[in-house]
Write a protein that binds this ligand. Structure first.
Ligand code: XMP
Length: 183
């Protein structure tokens, strides 16, 4: 796996430090968090969620929603598609969407619209990574872990063709790996 990485972009220590800071920021933002539901977009956010919630000293529930935007060995967003709908009731609840990365913004826009149909009290978003170049102005994140350049990253939950999620750091995938998968 490590041989397929061009370079480590964010180390496991940097991830741990920043995720802890994000948990503090989130806890401070929810003064009365009794109704908080963390809606997690599967599968890329699983490790971020697991680390974040163990640093989050507030009462909350977890909801799961599965959306596909980069099917198979693609590194270009193919548009968001719902694979499985939310498994908890969010009516009247404060919702925090948890996503791994904000890139084109298609996924967050799609999920937010789906959730707003269910009449939550509020909807905010937390993303571990943000690629600044492509996301339109109307798609924003309230909590951002790291701003990164427009490179395809893997590890810490993020995949290429469903591999590399178990890398403990965020790495840049070698161009030849996805070029050879595409050919
Ligand atoms: P959009 O473009 O919808 O992207 O904002 C959000 C989803 O696309 C996936 N994504 C990536 N996955 N490395 C990945 O492993 C990347 O560099 C990358 N960029 C986007 C990811 O599933 C994310 O939730």
């Amino acid at each position: 796996m490590e041989a397929d990485i061009d370079r480590i972009l964010i180390s496991d220590k940097e991830l741990a430090t920043r995720v802890k800071q994000m948990a503090t920021e989130i806890a401070q933002a929810y003064a009365a968090p009794e109704g908080l539901v963390l809606v997690t977009i599967l599968s890329g956010s699983i490790i971020f969620l697991a680390d974040l919630i163990r640093q989050l000293p507030i009462k909350m529930k977890i909801g799961l929603i599965t959306v596909s935007s980069y099917p198979g060995s693609s590194t270009e967003s193919q548009g968001a598609k719902l694979l499985s709908d939310l498994n908890v009731d969010i009516t009247g609840r404060d919702v925090l969407i948890i996503d791994d990365i904000l890139d084109t913004g298609n996924t967050l826009r799609f999920v937010r619209a789906k959730l707003e149909e269910k009449n939550p009290r509020s909807v905010k978003t937390a993303v571990l990574l943000r690629k600044p170049s492509k996301a339109p102005k109307d798609v924003t994140a309230d909590f951002v872990g790291f701003q990164i350049d427009d490179v395809f990253v893997i590890g810490y939950g993020l995949d290429f063709d469903d591999h590399y999620r178990n890398l403990p750091h965020i790495g840049v995938l070698k161009t030849e790996v996805y070029e050879s998968a595409a050919s």
